[in-house]
Design a protein around this ligand. Structure first.
Ligand code: SF4
Length: 93
């Protein structure tokens, strides 16, 4: 159904006939870590997230998985090579 409070007219899975059924009966404003994210929209209570009703919770376990401004850095892990096996392989044994 469409939200009638924070983002009026926006389809939201938390809006029901009895109003917002999210835990605090409303979305929550974005947190500092969200700054720069493209999913931030202006709601009636301030800046909110267009995909997550509780931005603070999205950051409790680390990086928000919906964030557009930050991505997980995957470090280049060097594969450990056993020098003995490598020399045998190179020698064609
Ligand atoms: S997607 Fe994540 S980082 Fe972006 S505004 Fe929403 S909660 Fe914040």
């Amino acid at each position: 159904m469409q939200c009638q409070t924070v983002l009026p007219g926006t389809e939201c899975t938390f809006w029901s006939k009895s109003g917002c059924v999210f835990e605090t009966s409303s979305c929550q404003v974005v947190v500092e870590a969200c700054e720069g994210c493209e999913r931030i929209v202006e709601g009636s209570i301030g800046q909110v997230c267009s995909v997550a009703p509780s931005p603070a919770k999205k950051w409790t376990g680390g990086l928000c998985n919906f964030a557009t401004h930050q991505k997980v850095q995957i470090e280049n892990v060097e594969t450990k090579v056993n020098p003995l096996k490598a020399s045998k392989r190179a020698a064609g044994r």
